[in-house]
Design a binder for this molecule. Structure first.
Ligand code: SF4
Length: 1024
């Protein structure tokens, strides 16, 4: 029951031929009222809803345009004010300017300036006596004057100017003297609006409104709202008794008709869920229901919940644009620029699905993220091109790997091409972001253009709302163009855009047929729906806090004009609006609040409005919050007490299974066989039996055994097999590639492998130069040359992988160059050994001019059927003074080997020394048929490694045959159990594939001697 709606209906019936004007604050309100009248059976022909500014523009625009003045939308305001503030002369005292770059400051100043202008106050009216601070008055007055000058010089008219112009030409107003006109009750217009509306022609009717007992009329109502026709409420249900909310003692007796209810919930999510459950349980048509939100965050929760359950919904306040893909993408793009283009940020953006990657033949966004993860890209614009070139090159090299099968190699070639295309795409994306000039600043216009191009061309859209978000973003960025030629630090520009985007909402709509409608509390009940839920009635959340305006204090406002709102006015006006909207609700009304803030983990309390509702329900009692607490009972929980109330299949199952124990489990497994399969797998894994769920794959064994396949293998891949057969199966059997998701370390530059490769290259380079020079070896003479080579390598790496900071670079560069010096000093101390081969590749294609290298693999035959092709790269072969040879593998990290420095084979994890000794013997044979490999092992030629040599005698080469036989038997049996040593899991990229504590599970399987499939693995462990 709404007396104003009744009044409009009566007007339509009584005066069908007359034009009837209704002044409303927005188009949405007008449309909603019109539709409500139609739904209630009223023919509302000749009823016109009008917004004062629309009428004023209609009257004033021809005159303004005739004089070359453009009516400027007020939305230009905040950006313009920020600019004007920044450009105030230095002689103007600084009061607001220290915070000028803060977008909220511009908003607050603009709101105040607009309010002043709509109150008819100009710069000259800001008299000194009004202000507590002379600096504030001076700066505000100069700012307002500069705004007025801007309007004049730029030939612009803001809303205040439009009203003033319209007031000069009232004879052109479309409202005729005989037309009827009425204003929506309770709307407090701005003074110039009031003046304009009052000056219009037509027969004025006072709007009908309820008498609200217990409510003092707000001060400004008498000044700025129309005189009202007061109607006494005559409730026909308990819900309609809400008209007596502020004076329950005056309400007629309750009817106990169940039309007014309340509940509380243990969280906002639970509260929203309960509303949805009640709608479903009552089988309420969605377009019979309105949900009025006392707080804005409920609208978001309701929208998300409706999306989840696929319920059509209209939101009067719209959806915050930050929930939609284009805005999320734009904010992530801005954060990526602000953070210095970190690869991790770009990867997250690509993985989010919020960005569109339209590259013919790929990669897709997901593939692009994986390629980036594979690359050495760290941060900075310049990191991407070389890093992706590196990825492409690495895939090309892997495509040449004869150990891999055809399909895998073809896949590598595809990815190499994708990496190159991604690099091109990224070049275009990076080109969008403006580069700061020598002053460290950018032109804001360039940044705005970049963000607009990104939003339109790169942000993903999957719905009409996403499309609306793109338009809203483009419009908002365009509105900031008045700041376009300002030069600001990049971070400030990005913060400005972020702040603007975060305030946007799209898709705001009135109540529509077939849709659940969500309104603000200030607009509750306008659509006249028979079921209303009012949510979020929490203490501190319904009414604004009594806080003064940050620009103009209450005292200053009062002194300037009685029409300006003080903090007290704002609270009393909202109270009036809320009370009068609740008073107009009819049908069924349910009010609720959340008694827990789950985010902050604290208790929250009901608004006093709910205590008033209880007093309405139980008249004549002296009720307190304790009584309200009792009356509300237990909070509604998100977990359902009954499956009948479930909104989805998942909710039904969860509530059914509560307390059902094993019986419930059996039914669940029956309904979802994949869950049963998962349970069976988990049970097998925790048992002591060795099963398919622990890596028993006999079929793969036959395929992977190099004795049968004839595919070349490297010592590294065999050592990885011995360390963890399960990982070997993932890599070589399934072709799974791990994704490196690690964030760049701000305290480290080069990873161990990159640094090691660089040192290896430089060791070989300098030794080759020394080898090419006749005469006695004098390594220290080459120190300047090696240092120069080292510096060039560091510069090359720096271009490829930008260091996180200068200090980190300086530290690591110093260590790198020091290790090069250590290397030459160690060489100088061992001039009796002669390097005869350096970086000797075999089976990897190009021998790169190294005399001992060969394109083909070496065939290893250790007897007993163990014959297979071996490929690899020997770091170095030295001829010793006694004529024997030593095979050397450089280790540039810490002094460590898998299984320990004293182990010989470490269960197969140290095989390289023996295999390279076998290979070296064959490679040396053409030059020296009697070549004898005396030692093979590891050399730590760095400061950390202390120059240590860990060599194994190669006098007896038969032992390696036994190790290889056990290793290949393990492979042939398809025995891919997890690692036996936790050390091997420490830096493993596949840890997510293994569940918790795979080593302990492997131990249990190995301990069960009934698992004969693991015999080869057990034997392998015995080769110390
Ligand atoms: S985490 Fe351990 S068990 Fe799992 S794959 Fe890696 S090394 Fe093997």
């Amino acid at each position: 029951m709404d007396p104003f709606v009744n009044q409009l209906a009566e007007l339509c019936r009584a005066h069908p031929q007359s034009t009837k004007w209704v002044f409303v604050p927005s188009h949405g309100v007008g449309h909603t009222l019109g539709e409500r009248l139609a739904l209630e059976g009223t023919n509302w022909a000749n009823l016109r809803f009008a917004i004062p500014l629309d009428l004023a523009l209609q009257i004033a625009a021809p005159f303004l345009i005739d004089r070359g003045i453009n009516p400027a939308p007020d939305v230009l305001g905040p950006a313009l004010i920020m600019r004007l503030l920044l450009e105030l002369p230095d002689t103007t005292p600084r009061y607001f300017r220290p915070l000028a770059e803060h977008p909220k400051m511009a908003d607050a100043l603009w709101a105040t300036i607009r309010e002043l202008r709509l109150a008819g106050i100009r710069a000259k009216d800001l008299q000194p006596a009004v202000f507590a601070s002379a600096a504030k008055r001076a700066e505000l007055m100069t700012l307002l004057a500069s705004y007025e000058t801007h309007l004049a010089t730029q030939h612009l008219a803001d809303s205040a100017s439009v009203y003033e112009e319209a007031l000069q030409h009232l004879d052109l107003a479309p409202i005729l003297p005989d037309d009827l006109r009425v204003e929506m009750p309770g709307v407090v217009w701005a003074p110039v609006e009031r003046q304009f509306v009052d000056a219009l022609s037509g027969r004025r009717l006072p709007p009908s409104t309820f008498a609200l007992s217990g409510m003092a009329s707000p001060r400004r109502l008498a000044l700025l709202a129309p005189a009202q026709a007061i109607v006494p409420p005559a409730p026909t249900s308990d819900a309609e008794r809400l008209a007596f909310l502020l004076a329950p003692a005056e309400a007629p007796a309750p009817r106990r008709d169940d039309t007014l209810t309340m509940f509380r919930a243990g969280g906002k999510e639970a509260e929203v869920e309960e509303v949805f459950r009640r709608i479903q349980a009552g089988r309420l048509p969605l377009d019979h229901v309105e949900i009025a939100c006392a707080a804005s965050d409920y609208a978001v929760l309701l929208w998300e919940k409706a999306q989840r359950h696929d319920w059509p919904l209209t939101l009067s306040s719209g959806v915050p644009v930050t929930l939609l893909r284009p805005a999320r993408a734009l904010l992530a793009f801005c954060a990526w620029i602000a953070g210095g283009f970190p690869a991790s940020g770009l990867r997250r953006l690509l993985q989010s699905g919020d960005v569109r990657v339209e590259i013919a033949e790929g990669p897709t966004a997901g593939q692009a993220a994986r390629l980036l993860a594979k690359s050495d890209a760290t941060w900075g614009r310049q990191t991407y091109a070389p890093a992706l070139a590196g990825v492409a090159e690495s895939y090309r090299q892997r495509a040449a790997d004869l150990e891999a099968d055809e399909e895998v190699r073809a896949g590598h070639l595809t990815r190499a091409a994708q990496a190159e295309r991604l690099a091109e795409w990224l070049t275009a994306l990076l080109a969008l972001a403006p580069e700061p000039g020598s002053d460290g600043r950018i032109a804001l216009g360039d940044l705005l253009a970049a963000c607009t191009t990104f939003a339109k061309g790169y942000a993903a859209t999957g719905s009409a709302l996403d499309g609306a978000a793109v338009l809203a973003l483009a419009e908002t960025l365009d509105e900031l163009q008045p700041l376009g030629d300002l030069r600001r630090p990049l971070a400030d520009g990005l913060a400005l855009i972020k702040d603007r985007v975060e305030t946007l909402a799209v898709g705001g709509d009135r109540a529509r047929p077939g849709h659940l409608h969500v309104a603000t509390l200030a607009r509750a009940g306008l659509a006249g729906r028979p079921y209303t839920f009012v949510v979020g009635l929490e203490e501190g959340g319904v009414f604004p806090a009594l806080v003064e305006d940050p620009v103009l204090l209450d005292e200053e406002r009062t002194a300037l004009s009685p029409a300006l709102a003080t903090s007290g006015d704002r609270v009393s006006e909202v109270l009036l609006f809320v009370a009068s909207r609740l008073a107009r609700l009819s049908g069924h009304v349910c009010l609720s609040f959340s008694c827990r803030d789950l985010r902050e983990n604290r208790e929250t309390y009901p608004s006093w409005l709910l205590l008033q509702v209880l007093r309405l329900q139980q008249p004549g009692k002296d009720l307190t919050y304790d009584d309200l607490n009792l009356a509300l009972g237990e909070p509604v929980a998100a977990l359902l007490s009954s499956p009948d109330h479930a909104l989805s299949d998942a909710g039904w199952w969860v509530s059914q299974l509560r307390g059902a124990g094993n019986q419930g489990r059996a039914i669940l497994m029956d309904a979802f066989p994949w869950l049963a399969q998962g349970e069976a797998a988990e049970a097998a894994r925790v048992s002591d039996a060795y099963t398919a769920y622990d890596g028993l794959v006999p079929e793969a064994g036959l395929h992977l055994d190099p004795r049968r396949s004839g595919r070349p293998v490297s010592p590294t891949s065999l050592e990885r097999l011995a360390a963890c057969p399960f990982r070997y199966f993932l890599e070589r059997g399934l072709g799974v590639e791990p994704i490196d998701e690690g964030e760049p370390d701000p305290d480290a530059w080069l990873d161990g492998m990159t640094r090691g490769n660089a040192l290896h290259t430089l060791y070989a380079c300098i030794l080759r130069e020394m080898r090419s020079q006749p005469g006695a070896r004098d390594p220290l003479r080459h120190l300047p040359r090696l240092q120069a080579l080292g510096e060039a390598k560091l510069a090359e790496l720096r271009a490829l992988i930008p260091p996180p900071s200068e200090s980190v670079y300086a530290r690591e560069a110093e260590e790198f160059l020091r290790d090069l010096a250590v290397f030459l000093r160690l060489e100088a101390a061992a001039t009796d050994r002669v390097p005869v081969g350096l970086e000797i590749a075999f089976g990897t294609g190009d021998p790169q001019g190294e005399p001992l290298a060969q394109a083909d693999p070496v065939t290893v035959d250790v007897g007993g059927g163990v014959r297979f092709p071996l490929r690899g790269r020997i770091d170095r072969i030295d001829r010793l003074p006694d004529g024997g040879y030593e095979v050397v593998d450089y280790k540039t990290g810490r002094l460590w080997l898998p299984g320990g420095l004293t182990a010989t084979f470490a269960g197969g994890r140290q095989l390289q020394h023996a295999l390279y000794a076998l290979a070296a013997r064959q490679l040396l044979r053409p030059e020296n048929p009697k070549a004898r490999i005396a030692f093979s092992g590891y050399y730590f030629p760095t400061a950390r490694g202390n120059g240590r040599r860990v060599m194994r005698s190669q006098a007896d080469s038969s032992a390696v045959g036994t190790v290889l036989r056990d290793l290949f038997d393990l492979l042939a049996g398809g025995t891919f159990l997890h690692a036996a040593d936790t050390d091997d899991c420490k830096y493993c990229e596949f840890h997510r594939a293994c569940g918790s504590d795979p080593v302990a599970r492997a131990e249990v399987k190995l301990a069960n001697t009934a698992n004969t499939a693991l015999d080869a693995y057990r034997r392998l462990q015995t080769h110390a």
